[in-house]
Ligand binder design. Sequence first.
Ligand code: AME
Ligand code: ZN
Ligand code: ZN
Length: 462
Amino acid sequence: MESLISCRTRPIFFLFFNLYFLSLLFTAITAIQNPSSSSSSIISRFQEYLRINTAQPNPNYYVAADFILSQAKSLSLESQTIEFVKNKPLILIKWPGKNPNLPSVLLNSHTDVVPVESQKWIHDPFGAHIDSQGNIYARGSQDMKCVGLQYLEAIRKLKDSGFEPTRTIYLSFVPDEEIGGHDGVEKLAESDVYKKMNVAFVLDEGLASPGEKYRAFYAERSPMWTVIKATGAPGHGAKLYDNTAMENLLKSIEIIRRFRASQFDMVKAGLKAEGEVVSVNMVFLKAGTQTPTGFVMNLQPSEAEAGFDIRVPPTADQEALLKRIAEEWAPASRNMTFEYGQFKQKQSVLDNFGNPALTAADNSNPWWVLLEEAVRSAGAQLEKPEIFPASTDCRYFRRQGLPAIGFSPMANTPILLHDHNEFLNQAEYLKGVDIYVSIIKAYASYDEHAEATKESSSRDEL
Ligand SMILES: CSCC[C@H](NC(C)=O)C(=O)O
Ligand SMILES: [Zn+2]
Ligand SMILES: [Zn+2]
């Protein structure tokens, strides 16, 4: 010890040692006084939420609702359960601000998760197992039960510290995001309840970031789930002839693959970000004549179809894409037809058309500035804002003309939403809670009228 610490550095060493010791003591005292705020309790509650199987198509919504309501109760927050659609509860939680005239901020999260192939996971997808590295394995650990509960944990910490919001903060826990949000946020955003909430800004889900910085999303691509169908002449499996359904479909698939490659090449070359190109992925192929003993091998079928998950950035020429589908990907001249799943009508396909699909992510938007500052003051940083490559409930709020940002504080984390072995490290989860403490504090304290008065009086002084 003597040789490691010189006489000059010894006082500094002991100062740091004492400070470290005091901080440990403080943490221990806080945990004893309020055990519910300890890291292990925060992680246990996350595990509890993850263990509720809310996978589509049969989510245990009521079990999740009971859990969320119990959390709200433990925080003495006002809550209500709304069923815009029977058996699809939406939980609305309110943390009232001291100034009810100020518009509120809404923190949204969905309670459903996508289905799993359990046998392909290394841990039970609804077990919330924590491995030796602290990774918590569960469906929903990234998408997006983490965010929903982090909001609540951040409020717990703020309340424990005695903080009181100036502006009202709402939390919504909504059903059915993974299947389009029609019976969830879409109904909420059109409701009277929502109008009365007087929301000025929405935070919703983002994506994990493999790097150090968090990602934030100011817009998203529109889903255009398209099925193309080919018909053709049936015939003997040994015969070579033109205009079979399979041949017609394959020609389209080749054309679509070329288009896909042209878009992907721009991303690979670093010319465009993932959210700035049109993505097209074939997600199913259906053809052949089936009997109870299997497919018939010596018969060329008269019908064949393929499904594509297409995502269109708000900046893309959507009319041109629709024309391309009709004229090149599924032309009537090649006995092809097409249909849009998810969004049946043409107008809905273009749901970003004419709507404020992009939220300003610059100094013109105080909510963006507050987010950046809050993340920075919590010791972290944001990447350049991006277009979300998939879809979120944000689109329903943006459609109402509201600014909405997608943000899930998960840095140093592989992107595993909808993948096998989805996990989130517990240290990252805890860090995310502190990030929300900073964000919620900033949003709940922001008073644009007071800011304007401050500005005008400082101008007067000049
Ligand atoms: C179109 S509704 C489905 C929503 C889902 N959201 C995410 C984030 O995966 C998706 O983009 O597929
Ligand atoms: Zn999600
Ligand atoms: Zn999802």
